[in-house]
Design a protein. Structure first.
Length: 182
């Protein structure tokens, strides 16, 4: 899944979401929606190869859906071991992440976010794009998540310092952005 990229709206109207897959041994596989709602995207990688696949926004791009249970996740299945990275590129922005296999996930996480209160001095960027955000993807049904934000969230999920619990099923996503500061 890909977090909303605020830079999409400053200097450009595009965002490019990609999956980069590398493999030591030749293999093939698919990238698909867990609910099967869109066609699977097939891939194949050669020995010691790497490929890059552009993911259409309707598959996994979170936009204007803060604090809503959604279905913006993908599942990658391969016939052999692969390394997977995702990137989210827009004007003035490049974000990337290493994707962990489900088997390596734990159960307790702390989200550390950068405080983006204001645009850099002399910048033409709009202050309203500079918010902190995080994205949760459930890998099994009845996943209970306690969220205790330290600042106000965009849609007032809960008050800063208070905890709220949400329940997600496998493949569901929950994207949270901090509130815009004036």
């Amino acid at each position: 899944s890909y977090m909303e990229n605020g830079y999409k709206y400053n200097g450009g109207d595009w965002v490019d979401n990609t999956v980069m897959i590398s493999a030591k041994e030749a293999c093939s596989g698919t990238i698909e929606k867990p609910d099967g709602s869109l066609p699977a995207i097939p891939f194949s990688v050669g020995n010691n190869g790497i490929i890059t696949i552009t993911i259409p926004p309707e598959y996994a791009y979170n936009e204007n859906n803060s604090e809503v249970v959604d279905h913006k996740s993908l599942v990658l299945r391969a016939t052999d071991t692969v390394s997977v990275y995702i990137s989210n590129i827009a004007t003035y922005s490049f974000d990337a992440s290493f994707v962990l296999p489900v088997e390596s996930l734990g159960s307790d996480y702390i989200v550390q976010c950068f405080d983006q209160e204001t645009a850099p001095i002399g910048s033409s960027l709009s202050d309203n794009i500079l918010t902190t955000a995080f994205l949760i993807i459930a890998v099994e049904d009845n996943t209970e998540i306690d969220i205790t934000p330290s600042v106000a969230t965009e849609n007032m999920l809960t008050f800063p310092g208070s905890t709220t619990t949400i329940t997600l099923n496998a493949g569901e996503t929950f994207f949270v952005r901090s509130a815009y500061e004036d």
